[in-house]
Design a protein around this ligand. Structure first.
Ligand SMILES: Cc1ncc(COP(=O)(O)O)c(C=O)c1O
Length: 456
């Protein structure tokens, strides 16, 4: 696939802070559903979904229609946090379709329209309510890059820019110390020990599936234990569902089937349904202890986002069928990733729902595979501490045909990259991909790959 592009304008004028465009070097111009098109007319299958902010794909026809009607009838765009009929409709739909059927009782706070601002608000509120400063967050957690949320984020690369704020204790996430160490017990011991050096926390902040941190999915048991520990300690449990929420794991909230009810939940990314900036914090009513406008911000009334958000809720969450379709696609993704992982001797399947991927144990290898995918017309990204996890993040309403097409491209790219590093059936990968290894060699021939690999 040819890739004629003009990136000069960006290189000349845009800050070095730009990121995703460095891997996906095309100039995009339009998109529909799960397909994006660049200025040269090249089509790409989107397995990134704007990092989870396009769970319902690009330009959903019903959302576009409602938005166009709203704009052409001079509906409000910005409104600060005035009462507007669009906000009322969103609040009613969110209550009727999301909270009530799940027996969840939350007040809804509109924060500044980015995930990181919702996290700031959640942490600030927990500190205010408890009068405590410390917040427990977890290894490989990602909560945003404003200074408070960044301090709770593990990632060294993002943290390199400045002095972190105090008042955060990073603890090992589920599975971090290997399967034999229960990190919830470890946390409990530390918190119960008056000499551990850890202050009683205002909150425990976590993602149930760590999106940026490598698709690490916490177990139900671990999450329930953490919820109990939070209660014991008089701390609030904050679930950051900014990436894993809005259906990504198969249910609207990622914690629904985990048997926990967090005190505070943050949502952003796909809450507007259309990629428009919007973020909310859900707060158990007795914890809604804000003074008026205490955590304010100019862009809390993005009416366009309320319009599309309400359509998204009505269209996708009025019954269980969407949730079921996500679960079906998730099973299909698991099967295909299992197949693909046969070509990758040192690989592990990660995540759950439609936030799954393969850890290939080498950032360089994941990088080469994703770059080749892009050449073949598939946009997919890496995550994890070494960017070693290839992340499958298709829109949740992608057709089975396109989902399969994308996974075929991933398989093709994987075998091509792996083949380049094998000769006469022997893996030669170890030099280039430091952690990618050879499997046992029999009679000088490595037969660790499926037969199709050698015959193709
Ligand atoms: C779990 C989680 N929390 C917070 C954020 C920050 O959101 P934003 O980039 O909108 O500030 C992200 C972004 O990827 C995220 O994945």
């Amino acid at each position: 696939m040819s890739n004629v592009i003009d990136t000069w304008t960006f290189e000349q004028h845009e800050s070095a802070a730009r990121g995703y465009c460095r891997r996906f070097k095309s100039v995009f111009s339009s998109a529909i559903g799960s397909l994006m098109t660049d200025v040269n007319g090249e089509e790409y299958l989107d397995f990134l979904a704007a990092c989870g902010s396009l769970n319902y794909g690009h330009n959903d026809a019903d959302m576009s229609k409602a938005l166009i009607e709203h704009i052409s009838s001079n509906g409000l765009s910005a409104s600060l946090d005035l009462f507007t009929h669009t906000k009322a409709k969103f609040l009613q739909s969110f209550y009727q379709l999301i909270l009530k059927p799940r027996q969840l009782d939350y007040r809804i706070q509109f924060t500044g329209p980015t995930g990181t601002n919702a996290v700031e608000a959640a942490m600030k509120l927990a500190r205010k309510i408890t009068g405590r400063n410390n917040i427990i967050s977890f290894t490989n957690g990602f909560h945003g890059v404003s200074l408070g949320a960044l301090s709770a984020t593990g990632n060294k690369y993002h943290r390199m820019g400045g002095n972190m704020l105090s008042g955060i204790t990073h603890m090992p996430f589920d599975g971090y110390m290997g399967e034999h160490v229960n990190t919830a017990e470890y946390l409990e011991k530390m918190l119960n020990d008056p000499s551990s050096g850890i202050e009683a926390p205002a909150a425990i902040l976590l993602e149930t599936v760590q999106g940026e941190g490598g698709l690490n999915a916490a177990s139900k048991k671990w999450l329930q234990r953490i919820a109990e520990i939070a209660k014991q300690q008089g701390s609030l449990l904050i679930v950051d569902d900014i990436q894993a929420g809005c259906g990504r794991t198969g249910t609207f909230f990622s914690f629904e089937e985990m048997g926990i009810k967090p005190d505070i939940v943050t949502l952003s990314k796909s809450i507007s349904g259309y990629g428009l900036p919007m973020a909310i914090v859900l707060i158990k009513p007795h914890y809604d202890q804000w003074e008026p406008a205490e955590h304010n911000g100019t862009f809390r009334g993005n009416t366009h986002a309320f319009v599309t958000a309400q359509v998204a809720l009505e269209k996708y969450w009025s019954d269980d069928s969407f949730s079921q379709s996500i679960k079906d696609k998730a099973n299909f993704i698991t099967q295909r990733l299992q197949q693909i992982s046969q070509y990758l001797p040192d690989s592990t399947l990660k995540g759950r729902g439609m936030m799954q991927g393969i850890s290939v144990s080498s950032g360089e290898l994941a990088d080469d595979i994703c770059n080749l995918c892009f050449e073949k017309g598939l946009i997919c990204e890496t995550s994890g501490p070494h960017d070693e996890v290839i992340k499958i993040f298709a829109p949740l309403n992608i057709s089975m045909e396109l989902l399969e097409r994308g996974l075929n491209i991933l398989e093709e790219a994987t075998t091509e990259v792996v083949k380049k590093t094998t000769k006469n059936g022997l893996s030669l990968c170890s030099e280039k991909y430091s952690t990618f290894i050879t499997k046992p060699v029999e009679n000088g021939i490595d037969r660790s790959f499926p037969d199709t690999f050698y015959n193709a």
